[in-house]
Design a binder for this molecule. Structure first.
Ligand code: FPP
Length: 247
């Protein structure tokens, strides 16, 4: 735990936190900067949030870094985001590995530049035995594509209709082996899911903040975890204390 922030109840720390890192563009524009400056500032924020996750005892962190819809942005911005991913791997990998971070990727790897694919695969291979934190990078990721890929693979494997269960579908998702997110944080105040983890988020708690991603920091992350600790997760059941049916 961090020295300066109050301790969080250890039994109420989410195992898996997922983040929609939104608002980089608005952060930059409000300062008269190009949008890419916002993404670069967002990378600094990400660095802090990875370390904070380790400090707080979060075991899985999924970050939405590039969606399948993001290909529709101006080519210069798309190229810039690709470069940022490469730079993060080139400059941060050794340190992340030393800190026990295991890197994983979710999304369509084959849609990325071969050079980026190779770097990602090398980083995944290098860190695969680390267990301090699993950092799951959603890059060229779309929730609907993930479900389409899962259905196609099930059909290819000859799965019978009667064999399809909740657990089986989960095992065909990109996130196989990773628990569903307990908490999803979205910055910059938008109230939408944006095609993110649409299968896995069935019972996730949400924390939305108006803060733009580059300004999101450890203190606010701590507030999100405090709010999560107060939530009564019912999974569609009933609260024992109240004894009445909830939605
Ligand atoms: C959404 O903000 C953010 C993104 C599409 C990219 C997120 C990327 C980073 C935080 C940098 C770290 C990246 C990697 C690859 C590790 P937006 O641009 O949609 O903001 P806006 O809604 O204000 O325009």
């Amino acid at each position: 735990m961090s020295d300066e922030l109050p301790a969080l109840p250890s039994d109420k720390i989410p195992h898996h936190v997922a983040m929609i890192m939104d608002g980089n563009g608005r952060w930059a524009i409000s300062r008269g900067l190009p949008r890419l400056a916002g993404h670069r500032a967002g990378t600094e924020s990400l660095r802090r949030i990875i370390r904070a996750s380790v400090d707080f005892g979060v075991k899985y962190l999924t970050i939405y870094a590039f969606s399948t819809e993001n290909w529709g942005r101006p080519p210069e911005e798309v190229r810039g985001l690709m470069r940022i991913l490469e730079n993060v791997i080139d400059k941060e990998l050794v340190e992340l590995h030393k800190e026990g971070v295991q890197l994983r990727h979710i999304g369509r790897l084959e849609g990325l530049d071969p050079n980026i694919q190779a770097k990602l695969q090398k980083a995944i291979e290098l860190t695969k035995k680390n267990d301090k934190l699993v950092l799951n990078v959603a890059f060229n990721y779309g929730g609907r594509d993930e479900i389409i890929d899962a259905i196609q693979h099930m059909i290819e494997d000859g799965v019978l209709a009667a064999e399809v269960t909740d657990d089986m579908v989960s095992n065909y998702m990109y996130t196989v082996g990773i628990p569903d997110p307990d908490l999803i944080i979205r910055t910059s105040g938008e109230l939408r899911v944006s095609n993110f983890l649409i299968w896995q988020a069935a019972y996730s708690e949400w924390y939305i903040t108006s803060t733009n991603w580059p300004d999101f920091n450890k203190e606010e992350y701590h507030r999100a975890l405090e709010a999560f600790a107060q939530r009564d997760r019912r999974y569609g059941g009933v609260t024992a204390a109240v004894g009445k049916v909830h939605g």
